[in-house]
Design a protein around this ligand. Structure first.
Ligand code: ZN
Length: 186
């Protein structure tokens, strides 16, 4: 299936279906262990709203942003199904899993400011969704220090992403405030 044959609505629904299949057995880390697809749907919604529904490729990339990193799907399969633009966006927000975790986290901070404006939107939405999840249901196995370290790191990544969408940046700030409050009140 080639991207060029798909209407914007078909592209987004194909991406939704593909993401649902590939992430079918994955759950979020929080106590509620929500289906991972909830996270992907939230990221897609946030980037759709940030671009007023005018960038279907970006919404599809939002749905697919973890499919290479987490499910072993290749870049070429994403490109084949959804086109080069979507595949490039996904790869811009995909960590190199051959690196140790600490190094991947360091590189997210270092590379944030160098990303394209559209990739920055996906990253901002991703971090916002992750903080919403912590606010709603902090991972039980994370103590307060680990939660706060995560929030400090997310804030450092987001400082390199700012300037692309003030409304989404405000949503991130609000999510951070709620996550810190949720951790403090445990
Ligand atoms: Zn994500």
């Amino acid at each position: 299936m080639k991207n060029s044959t798909l209407s914007p609505l078909e592209l987004v629904t194909e991406a939704l279906h593909f993401a649902a299949e590939r992430h079918a057995h994955q759950r979020r880390k929080g106590d509620a262990a929500e289906p991972y697809l909830n996270h992907l749907a939230e990221v897609a919604c946030l980037v759709a709203a940030a671009t007023k529904g005018e960038d279907a490729n970006l919404v599809a990339a939002g749905l697919l942003h973890d499919v290479v990193e987490d499910t072993g799907t290749s870049r070429s399969e994403v490109a084949e199904r959804f086109g080069e633009d979507v595949a490039s966006l996904v790869m811009e927000v995909t960590d190199d899993k051959s690196l140790p975790k600490a190094e991947r986290k360091r590189l997210q901070v270092e590379h944030a400011a160098k990303k394209s404006a559209r990739a920055k939107l996906i990253k901002l939405a991703d971090k916002t969704s992750n903080l919403h999840a912590i606010a709603a249901s902090p991972p039980a196995q994370w103590d307060s220090e680990r939660c706060n370290d995560y929030l400090d790191w997310a804030q450092r990544v987001v400082s390199g992403l700012r300037g692309v969408n003030p409304a989404l940046e405000t949503q991130f700030d609000e999510a951070e405030r709620k996550a810190r409050a949720a951790i403090a009140s445990r």
